[in-house]
Design a protein around this ligand. Structure first.
Ligand SMILES: Cc1cc2nc3c(=O)[nH]c(=O)nc-3n(C[C@H](O)[C@H](O)[C@H](O)COP(=O)(O)OP(=O)(O)OC[C@H]3O[C@@H](n4cnc5c(N)ncnc54)[C@H](O)[C@@H]3O)c2cc1C
Length: 489
């Protein structure tokens, strides 16, 4: 079964006994835990989309590895069309969930590791690509959800991995055995990881000669002994534990989640190791994972932007201002933000190029610019939603007040905006804006926009690095137009 349904995915999660903790409690059934369920649903949606006839063209491509359709998130990126289809997938998941898909890191990790394993093998005659391809075939055939685990906890940011007071601040090999390696460390902020079947683990930065034990890339099942998933808190997360209502959570169907993933001496068999000690390949690996992911932020942001646009229109109707031209000026700003993200992500993919392995990656500068804009535009977009919403986004009484036998009638009467929109509908719209801009979804829509795939300065460093060769020529160009040089060099 190469393309599973959402239900088959959630059923498969129930069979795995992972070591996960939510709010200090060990949780065996993560699928039906109310705090986690919306995040499970978001991944399930990526499975559903691959089964929708109109969407199969981009969501369920054919794979040479298993001779049939696979989920886009497990596919190799072998052409510009593949990248554009991945973009379509991101936008679709974005608007259907209002949060985006955690399997996105899996896609970028799969493609980055494949291309690097190929290159390492070319140089050292290692067996990495063969192993990796065997793993990927199994992943595709079983339609497993994979998380791309890169970010280490990093300790003192001014020090390299080998200089840290505690060597475990970056994940590393602590023991080599005949059958494999033992690794220790922790990966931070792992989106959706607890709801995946396996993790593809990569170094978080370029490693030097002294850091060969940190130059390790491998896959590991989510239930590997010694692997802990510690659930991250999100604003207002415990509202999901309140019984008897669905308004105050904002988005009761979908959500995101991050975990701190601790590797407490996890054994990894050689069959699951795809780089081990080839430190010169760590920087290209990080870069390739990052650029795929950076470009995808634009597309996913565009999808979430679609939700924001619809939301402000509905909110404006509920407030009775839907015909005001100033409101439409703000909506135009929102559309421009949304399409800027989408267009930048798309252009990075359109101008992408193949590596020697045949795997395509987006254009580095355009992808970096897309991601840089994802560090600001979602804030601008959600600022507009809050602006049109009004102050209720931060002051509105709760669903229990609406249902209350004494005060319910006051809520019903005084929280009504335009007469034709029921009070409860207006409250639901306010709560969704709160959820996206201040509540649980803000973790993924705003903070992930800011830091995911690298904080803002990381984009500038990469953009300047890529421009370095072009800058002297551009300087000469300016001198030519200023009449200081006679010709364009
Ligand atoms: C919601 C969310 C989801 C995420 N999902 C994933 C995921 O699924 N997988 C994954 O691998 N990662 C994930 N990330 C991690 C993301 O890539 C990191 O947050 C990002 O790389 C920044 O790392 P950091 O959080 O450790 O912050 P830091 O690296 O500590 O950065 C904080 C600030 O310090 C600055 N800084 C850092 N080092 C230095 C220095 N030496 N000198 C001067 N300034 C410095 C940075 O520019 C930044 O402004 C996610 C992050 C978030 C917030």
């Amino acid at each position: 079964m190469a393309v599973k349904t959402g239900k088959q995915y959630t059923d498969s999660l129930r069979k795995i006994k992972r070591n996960s903790y939510i709010l200090g409690q060990k949780v065996d059934d993560i699928v039906d835990h109310p705090i986690n369920r919306p995040a499970v649903n978001a991944i399930a949606e990526s499975y559903e989309i691959a089964n929708i006839n109109d969407m199969k063209a981009f969501a369920a491509p054919s794979s040479k590895l298993c001779n049939g359709p696979v989920n886009r998130y497990n596919a190799l990126s072998e052409s510009v069309d593949d990248m554009l289809s991945r973009g379509e997938m991101e936008r679709t998941v974005g608007y259907r969930t209002a949060v985006g898909c955690p399997r996105s890191t899996g896609y970028d990790a799969i493609n980055a590791v494949y291309s690097i394993a190929y290159e390492v093998d070319q140089k050292y005659k290692t067996p990495y690509l063969e192993r990796f391809t065997r793993w990927l075939k199994r992943v595709q055939e079983n339609d497993l959800a994979i998380s791309g685990a890169m970010t280490d906890v990093k300790g003192d940011r001014e020090k390299r991995p080998s200089q840290q007071a505690d060597p475990d601040m970056y994940l590393h090999i602590v023991e080599r055995k005949p059958a494999g390696v033992v690794v220790r460390g922790a990966k931070a902020h792992q989106t959706g990881a607890v709801n995946c079947h396996e993790h593809l683990v990569m170094p978080t930065r370029g490693m030097n000669e002294a850091e060969k034990d940190y130059a390790i890339c491998f896959s590991v099942p989510v239930d590997a002994p010694g692997l802990y998933h510690i659930y991250g808190r999100q604003p207002s997360d415990t509202r999901k534990l309140e019984s008897g209502g669905s308004i105050d959570v904002g988005n009761s169907r979908f959500g995101g989640c991050e975990t701190l993933m601790v590797f407490d001496d996890v054994f990894v068999p050689w069959e699951q190791v795809y780089i081990c000690g080839e430190n010169e390949y760590t920087w290209p690996l990080v870069n390739r994972f990052a650029i795929g992911h950076r470009a995808s932020y634009g597309l996913a942001g565009g999808g979430v932007g679609d939700v924001a646009i619809g939301l402000v229109v509905a909110m404006a109707e509920a407030n009775g201002v839907a015909h005001d031209k100033i409101i439409w000026d703000k909506i135009a700003d929102l559309i421009i933000c949304c399409q800027t993200l989408y267009g930048l992500g798309l252009s990075a993919m359109l101008k992408g190029k193949p590596t020697t392995s045949g795997i395509y990656f987006p254009d580095y500068v355009l992808g970096g610019v897309a991601k840089y804009n994802a560090t600001t535009l979602p804030f601008q977009m959600l600022r507009i939603t809050q602006d049109i919403c009004g102050g209720l986004v931060a002051t509105m009484p709760g669903e229990v007040d609406l249902r209350h036998e004494v005060i319910g009638k006051y809520i019903e009467k005084y929280l009504r905006g335009a007469a034709q929109v029921p009070t409860e509908h207006r409250m639901r719209l306010v709560r969704l804006i709160e959820c996206m801009s201040l509540g649980p979804l803000s973790a993924d829509l705003l903070t992930m926009g800011l830091h995911g795939a690298g904080s803002p300065y990381a984009q500038k460093m990469m953009i300047l690095g890529d421009y370095a060769e072009r800058i002297p020529g551009l300087r000469d160009l300016a001198l030519y137009h200023a009449g200081i040089r006679d010709k364009i060099s």
